[in-house]
Write a protein that binds this ligand. Structure first.
Ligand code: AMP
Length: 313
């Protein structure tokens, strides 16, 4: 399938790459890492990264401004996005051909070519695999800018190689990527340094989470709490993994109150939780998923279901 993707890339002059809304390092890493990979190996092609910029990704890179007319006759590639409704920039279907490259469960089998690998730690790892095919078949080379982005995506989605999705291949790919000339220290600082106010909120989470004897835990972050700590819902993304080092925890949900909805962020160290996310209209990985609740009563039902799941394993 990777060879077919390369053949398709070769056929188009304009290539527009999308990723999911609420981007994380793997979204930007796979999207813009692929952009640089294609533009470096095919300097005459126009390669654009679509979607809105999120300030939490300032340290990593920036997408491009894409006009409606750019889509005419273009190849569109969507990375790291399981469902079409989560694609950032819904013009993704106005191009001439569509390719999906993703590592989430393939619930929404969209695209003329659909390359899904749930065993890959990250979409960035898959983009590196695409590169290895390009290297053999078309003499592709990789730039440091591309390597930096792919490396960021891999460490982001594996929690710095801690999550079970990390395989030997993940380490092998990371080992290849660090051969390129980019400042790893600076990248790590961009990804993991936190404002003091966010660390104070982290302290609040450690003080206030509740966990039952089955290792099911939750913490509610209301709008009042966000205001008290002067933190936005988006800022909290760095804190979702926080509870993972609580002894005895199996799975947890962080409930973050936004303007008109409650963001449900689920994480697990064992029990599969993406089915639970699906019950509430969301989705994601078996160990990291999310949904949206529209009232605290609904959010409480998520907690109850999480407790049932932890009790049954
Ligand atoms: P997050 O907690 O936002 O980092 O999300 C973790 C994972 O869950 C993401 O990689 C998404 O695949 C998935 N996810 C989060 N929210 C939703 C949603 N509302 N619908 C579908 N999938 C979601």
């Amino acid at each position: 399938m990777y060879s077919q993707i390369i053949d398709t890339i070769k056929q188009f002059d304009t290539i527009i790459i999308h990723r999911h809304v609420r981007p994380d390092p793997d979204a930007y890493g796979s999207q813009i890492g692929l952009k640089y990979m294609i533009s470096h190996n095919y300097p005459n092609k126009r390669v654009l990264a679509a979607g809105g910029h999120d300030y939490t990704m300032d340290f990593l890179d920036f997408p491009d401004a894409v006009e409606d007319t750019d889509f005419e006759g273009a190849l569109v590639i969507v990375t790291d996005t399981a469902n079409t409704d989560r694609i950032d920039d819904q013009r993704y279907d106005t191009g001439a051909k569509l390719i999906k490259i993703d590592h989430h469960p393939n619930d929404d089998n969209y695209g003329d070519i659909c390359q899904v690998d749930v065993t890959a730690s990250s979409s960035s790892e898959m983009i590196y695999e695409l590169f290895t095919y390009g290297q053999i078949e078309e003499n592709w080379t990789l730039t440091a800018a591309s390597a930096r982005l792919l490396y960021a995506g891999i460490i982001g989605d594996t929690g710095r190689f801690l999550f079970p999705s990390t395989t030997q291949k993940t380490f092998d790919v990371a080992g290849e990527l660090i051969k390129y000339d980019f400042d790893r220290n600076e990248l790590h600082n961009g990804m993991y340094e936190m404002d003091r106010k966010l660390l104070h909120l982290q302290g609040y989470m450690y003080q206030n989470f509740e966990m039952n004897e089955d290792g099911a835990a939750f913490v509610k972050i209301t709008r009042d709490i966000l205001a008290e700590f002067d933190v936005t819902p988006t800022d909290t993304s760095l804190l979702v993994g926080t509870l993972g080092n609580v002894k005895g925890i199996k799975a947890w949900v962080i409930l973050i109150e936004e303007e008109s909805e409650i963001r449900v962020r689920l994480r697990s160290k064992g029990p599969v939780i993406n089915n639970l996310a699906k019950e509430f209209g969301g989705g994601g990985h078996p160990m990291a998923s999310g949904a949206v609740a529209y009232s605290w009563e609904e959010a409480d039902r998520v907690i109850e279901r999480l407790e049932e799941i932890c009790a049954s394993v």
